[in-house]
Write a protein that binds this ligand. Sequence first.
Ligand code: CS2
Length: 496
Amino acid sequence: MSNDPVAQHDEDSSAHLDVNALKQLPADIQRPRYPLDTIDIGVAHLGPGAFHRAHQAWFFDDALNHDTRWGVSAISLKTASLRDALAPQNGLYTVAVLDATIRDRVIGALRETLVASEDRQRALARLSAAQTRIVTLTITEKGYCLDADGQLDFSHPDIRADLAAPHAPSSSIGYLVAALRQRRERGIKPFSVISCDNLSDNGGKLGRAVVALAGARDSDLARWIEAEVAFPRSMVDSIVPATDAALRERVAAALGVEDRWPVQREAFAQWVIEDRFCNDVPDWTAIGVNITRDVAAFERAKLRLLNGAHSTLAYLGLLAGHETVLQAMDDTALAIFVENLMREDISPTVSVPADFDLDGYIGSVLARFRNRAMSHALAQIAWDGSQKLPFRLLATIRDALIENRSIKRLCVPIAAWLHFIRRALAAQRVLVDPLAEMLNAAARRCDGSGTHDVVEFLDIGKIFGEDLPRDPRFVAALVRAYDRLATLSIDEALRR
Ligand code: CS2
């Protein structure tokens, strides 16, 4: 065996991606054009799951090609899996872009991977460092610890822990407050906080939650945050199917070395951020990020049309025995149902500027769902229904009720979700949802009839609020959809 570390790498069957391997990659693999050791960290990201690595980290990787100040510190709150996979790879990983031809790109933007629960001080030091000028977050809907009205839920166990020990935070909100307190004490300019989760008014909700938690112990700090810290709204979009064995194998074959945690996404990627920052930012336009004064229209179109349709395909598709979005879209009855839902029921609740082509947008979303290079599990989208449906479908239903429009079709995916929960319980499948206990308890009390079962679920105010369960139009439409799905084939139920 040779003594040259790079050559050894080649001979070693378990050789993996790292800075040495980078030089040996086949020519068609895109890779950082900047020297990794010259990069400064300017961004801290909370919740570096696959979506972050396929989306924001890609944009910052582009920024690094022009400006070396925008490396990312990836901070996992609790789990060590990402750090354990990427630290031996010097933070490098592959994004496979699933299009007619598949492209692989090695991303170098993650210059540091931290696990906050293992080393809180280090995570806080990164967040408090003057050079950290942006904090981005992908912590999923449940990470915001909000109640049904979108306010910080002070009864949430993590928030209670934050209140009890503000210097040793547990939640992301707690980390932001602790870091902002340190910055204020040390006279360091605050960072801009960019929420990248699928919540309506994500920045507004996050800002109010941070101010509320800070204010519970220190009203001066709360006032300072309100006055000095920017929480721009943002809309993120790119379909990122979970990493699977097929991806790992294909990437290893393409790279010639193993990548412990590649991610994959469609070619489409969009990031729209409200033009409101309190510290330095990269040249957003140079890297294709759309900066605008009004994110609301983009956000509503995306949450209600794309995510609403996704959740519809997930629950109805799973009931019909499909496994992937593509299979669901190949089911004619389901595809027609979803398109009608988007065009006739959701789109009237989405007001967009005159130059926004809503019909074209719907067409392009449907085409993305039909991407034949992508195997996107419906089960992945079905996770956390209690957190997603309020933004994706229930808000649309509320608007339709106000305008006295039919909600018949809109109630079908909600009814499908209830059946999905009951089926999971019957099959003893784990329900991935932070409210699983409550949902399973309701499912246990079900007897199969719509009038009885629907009421059991509607009692969960955290999901349906107080208004919907009291609206006889909503209850009647949901009971009807529920009974149809129980007694007819999915195909027949949808055609009716
Ligand atoms: C999906 C989203 O898993 C889900 O719930 O609907 O992750 C969706 O793929 C992205 O929001 C697309 O931008």
